[in-house]
Design a protein around this ligand. Structure first.
Ligand code: URA
Length: 229
């Protein structure tokens, strides 16, 4: 991982502040002053700020293949929760990064790293999400163009950002969107006069749902998946 990123992940420093400390010669790696924020560091190296070693806070990152019938909130009295399916210590510290509806299946990202969660879910995040969508009515000839110009959802003043689709068959398509408005995909197809009957998310940014995960299973994210966000 890059030194500036390591510092901002392991401390409360922003990436800019981390770079400033490095440029000012206040950061060392294995007792040698580090001048380059892009320098790669490995897990066995000791990074220190003004001589005080910092340790990488053990932030946790997971992907789950969310089954239908499970809610993406931390607590719910009526339905099983995604966090409740996990066997992790301090599970109350885990948050869901980008919720899915109870009937939506697929890629759910779960972490205790608030900054990472924010990077993924903030309205300014340009992290693309890809869904397999099943529709009640056949796909219209105009859908590609209408999605590309931005669909106007009921009750909203501004159009959605342009979205793209890849048709699979008469009723199924892969939809790529850059936002995460409330019930966005269902509302987009309602605005096109159709109805979503199945919804499965399989990609967020560079992170692809692991095909080895059965519904309800989860695994830790790999380092390259974490740092892709
Ligand atoms: N859009 C929806 O309508 N539902 C989801 O669960 C995710 C995106």
């Amino acid at each position: 991982m890059r030194l500036d990123k390591y510092l901002s992940n392991a401390t409360d420093l922003s990436r800019t502040d981390a770079k400033r400390l490095i440029k000012n010669g206040l950061v060392s790696i294995d007792d040698e002053v580090a001048g380059n924020p892009a320098q790669k560091i490995s897990v066995d190296q000791v990074v220190a700020i003004e001589g005080s070693p910092i340790s990488m806070a053990q932030k946790r990152y997971f992907m789950m293949n969310k089954p239908a019938g499970v809610v993406s909130v931390t607590k719910d009295h009526n339905n099983p929760t995604a966090i409740g399916l996990m066997f992790e210590h301090r599970s109350e510290e885990l948050q869901i990064a980008g919720r899915l509806d109870i009937d939506t299946t697929g890629l759910l990202l779960i972490t205790d790293d608030g900054q990472w969660n924010h990077r993924l879910t903030s309205p300014r995040s340009d992290c693309a999400k890809i869904y397999r969508v099943g529709l009640a009515e056949p796909i219209g000839d105009d859908y590609t163009a209408r999605l590309a110009e931005g669909v106007l959802l009921e009750g909203e003043k501004h159009r959605c950002l342009p979205a793209s689709m890849e048709q699979i068959d008469e009723y199924h398509l892969n939809l790529k969107i850059a936002e995460g408005k409330y019930h966005q995909v269902k509302r987009m197809f309602a605005a096109l006069g159709n109805h979503v009957v199945s919804l499965h998310r399989f990609q967020v940014g560079e992170i692809i749902l692991d095909p080895d995960l059965e519904p309800g299973d989860y695994r830790p994210l790999r380092d390259n998946e974490v740092s892709s966000i």
